[in-house]
Design a protein around this ligand. Structure first.
Ligand SMILES: C[S@@+](CC[C@H](N)C(=O)[O-])C[C@H]1O[C@@H](n2cnc3c(N)ncnc32)[C@H](O)[C@@H]1O
Length: 250
């Protein structure tokens, strides 16, 4: 699901970058700190930390070699290493951040425990899959209308136990973090036209594209046509994406 760095970029990497900017503003970490970016992917958040937070050093960690390769090319100035959220290999830093990752980690309690052990300040964000991440919401609603079995793959249903204010607050508090705060971050996602909206779903990288790849051509075409009928016919498609962000300190 995570091996195609370029496909991920056009699917969601391009939208995670503006969320990262707002998230860092909200975290308010002073310059000169060391950072770990867990589940760094193609380096969207890592690069944004370098551009906006003047870190002393930053290491990005991800299990996907394909993403790490692309991150190394895209974000010079950071270190990128293989690893997972549930085993940070004893690494420490002033700040641990993790963008759009926890919903994919098998044991989130263990992961946030690792984060809190590794750093005194821990922040993260996840899409609001239930409603606010419009691009994905529209896709899953259309997919379920065509293929009722898609309900079992819908990220809005699968991830609601993690990606919502209550669960995030409980996770952070459960890891012994204090002054826990959660906020919503909304960014515009503007698509040039329907093709710019639809073609990233065909790239295989991410949960919705991975599901799309399993559909026979006629069902995939029916999802596409339904989406086309629900979106503006002419001009750019102006949607928004909402993420839930959480922060806390040890
Ligand atoms: C939606 S992408 C987010 C990437 C990047 N943080 C961003 O904001 O664009 C999810 C990332 O989580 C990584 N991932 C999946 N399982 C993981 C795990 N158990 N530990 C750490 N990262 C994981 C994937 O390889 C992928 O890079």
């Amino acid at each position: 699901m995570w091996s195609f760095g370029d496909a991920y970029e056009s699917y969601v990497g391009r939208w995670s970058r503006p969320v990262a900017v707002e998230f860092l503003r909200w975290l308010g970490v002073p310059p000169g700190r060391t950072w770990l970016d867990v589940g760094c992917g193609t380096g969207a958040l890592t690069g944004t930390v370098l551009a906006h937070a003047q870190p002393a050093a930053i290491t990005g960690i991800d299990p996907s070699e394909g993403f790490l390769d692309l991150a190394r090319q895209r974000v010079p100035g950071a270190t990128f290493e293989a690893g997972t959220a549930t085993d940070l290999g004893g690494r420490t830093a002033d700040v641990v951040v993790s963008g759009l990752v926890l919903t994919f980690v098998p044991d989130v309690v263990q992961a946030v425990g690792e984060f809190a052990q590794a750093a005194p300040y821990v922040g993260s964000y996840l899409w609001d899959y239930t409603s606010g991440m419009r691009m994905m919401r529209l896709f899953w609603d259309a997919a379920k209308d065509v293929d009722p079995a898609a309900a079992s793959r819908d990220e809005g249903l699968r991830f609601s136990s993690v990606s919502a204010p209550g669960p995030l607050r409980a996770l952070w508090a459960g890891a012994g973090l204090r002054d826990v705060e959660v906020t919503g971050i909304v960014v515009p996602t503007v698509f040039r036209d329907f093709d710019d909206f639809w073609s990233p779903f065909l790239g295989g990288a991410g949960a919705a594209p991975a599901y799309a790849a399993t559909l026979p051509p006629e069902q995939l075409g029916a999802v596409r046509d339904l989406l086309r009928s629900r979106l503006p016919e002419h001009g750019p498609i102006e949607l928004t994406a909402k993420a839930w962000a959480v922060r806390g300190s040890r």
